[in-house]
Design a protein around this ligand. Structure first.
Ligand SMILES: Cc1ncc(COP(=O)(O)O)c(C=O)c1O
Length: 460
């Protein structure tokens, strides 16, 4: 199986590298194509169906594994992780209970314990794989509520005498808005704490808002620090937030969905100092650990809170095998459970820690190169992150027209964001295949395009 997969993997990698990044297609084009190629009323051969599906994927998507995709946190993927997904699909292990899939459950525990220890979480912490960062953040809020308000689980939020509040910044991930809605806290339970000039949470404002809320009869219970914000790659002051939360009896969650992988990189890990003091951590392997979606992770030092939050009992489920072996359906949000963790397990086994460190360091150095080249050619860098995410701007630039043209000419894929309220371009190195040559070619092309746009403005 592996030799066939290697050949296919190399073929797809090569095809993506040499092909367009951004498709040009409308919903009608795709619907017409589907209607004319597929008809579930009759059978078709697997060869024919797969060839057609692959053609559609190769033609009609933003190729996020392209070395010049500088977009959101969608990585190139390792061969080992692709092999893992194929194995998982073939054996289809059910991880809801330990007894049904002992090997798979223990492999997940093995890799989660290893990463938890890298973060500095103590023995006795628990962790599970999730569909992604949003589910891990959701798990954190549920466990934090369960710990802070013992009646929440059985009697619901309406039994609480005071309204709970969560503290984060406008740079925190927007999954928290949905989570506040879904948990019944309500979106107004989120308090937006001010940020400093580097977009990091301002501790003085946090302290002030917690005090004001307490005096007004609210119940502050959780602070979310982000390690690598989505828009700008900012890292909140984790050490200070940890001390503040301990002192004030608040749950400290670190959303390290993207930035968490930097714990393996010797030159970057100091930026994560303090993460080990978190009550819970989100980290997505399907971001900077370069495995396919969905592969999130939720870590929690309070095993008791997790077991209380997700407790379940059902006579039709196989009984617990052993006191020391958790049944994931009683300790996580999901019930039936795919072998999500194998892609990270196999990839770590194949690359080893040094291989991963090198991969992450190389991407960080590509980010530094991008920043240097942009600054040297007159772009203004408007964010400040040690991670490979650069936000930049140029006076008078029409960002929408510029990005449209960048994509149409297949130079690169980047997005637009607002930093401190002002529009800018966001470029993130998400592929381990991005080279210095790619970065230089993109910056050269952008410089030419910016000059063209400026010349057009003068003529107009
Ligand atoms: C900081 C952060 N947290 C959480 C998420 C949500 O992760 P997912 O899309 O895997 O659910 C993201 C997604 O980009 C993110 O950047």
């Amino acid at each position: 199986m592996i030799s066939a997969l290697k050949t296919e993997f190399a073929r797809v990698e090569d095809q993506v590298r040499n092909g367009p990044i951004t498709p040009n297609v409308s919903p009608e084009d795709i619907r017409r194509h589907l209607a004319s190629h597929f008809d579930f009323a009759r059978a078709m051969s697997l060869d024919e169906a797969v060839a057609e599906v692959e053609h559609m994927l190769a033609t009609w998507q933003v190729q996020v594994t392209h070395p010049r995709y500088f977009g959101l946190f969608n990585p190139s993927v390792t061969l080992a992780s692709v092999a893992a997904d194929a194995l998982t699909a073939m054996y289809n292990p059910q991880l809801a209970t330990w007894r049904t899939s002992p090997a798979a459950n223990e492999m997940e525990k093995f890799v989660l314990d290893w990463i938890g220890a890298k973060f500095g979480l103590p023995k006795g912490s628990v962790a599970n794989f999730t569909s992604g960062g949003a589910e891990a953040n959701h798990s954190a809020v549920i466990v934090a509520l369960t710990k802070a308000f013992p009646r929440y689980g059985d009697d619901g939020l309406r039994s609480l005498p005071r309204q709970p509040a969560i503290y984060l910044t406008h740079e925190s991930h927007h999954s928290f808005s949905k989570i506040a809605h879904m948990t019944g806290l309500g979106r107004h339970a989120l308090r937006t704490v001010a940020t400093d000039t580097r977009l990091r949470m301002d501790l003085e404002d946090l302290e002030r808002q917690v005090a004001v809320d307490r005096a007004a009869g609210f119940a502050p219970f959780m602070v979310v620090g982000t390690c690598g914000t989505t828009a700008a790659g900012a890292i909140d002051p984790l050490l200070e937030l940890g001390s503040f939360c301990r002192e004030h009896g608040l749950w400290f969650h670190v959303d390290a969905a993207w930035g968490g992988a930097a714990i393996l990189a010797p030159s970057l890990r100091r930026h994560l100092d303090g993460i080990g003091a978190a009550d819970s951590i989100t980290c997505d392997a399907h971001k900077w650990f370069s495995v396919p979606m969905g592969c999130g992770m939720f870590f929690c030092r309070q095993a008791g809170g997790v077991l209380e939050a997700f407790r379940a009992q059902a006579a039709y489920m196989p009984g617990r095998a052993n006191e020391d072996a958790l049944d994931p359906y009683t300790s996580t949000m999901q019930w039936s459970r795919r072998f999500i963790g194998l892609k990270l397990f196999l990839s770590l086994a194949v690359y080893g820690e040094p291989g991963y460190a090198e991969m992450i360091e190389r991407q960080a150095s590509m980010g530094n190169l991008l920043k240097q080249l942009l600054a040297a050619s007159g772009w203004r860098i408007v964010n400040d992150s040690p991670l490979p995410l650069v936000c930049f701007m140029r006076d008078g630039l029409d960002i929408s027209a510029f990005l449209r043209s960048l994509r149409e000419r297949q130079i690169a894929w980047m997005s637009d964001v607002r930093i401190q309220g002002a529009p800018s371009i966001r470029a993130c190195i998400t592929s381990f295949n991005t080279t210095g040559e790619n970065v230089r070619a993109v910056v050269d092309a952008m410089n030419r395009m910016a000059s063209e746009q400026a010349a057009q403005l003068v003529r107009a």
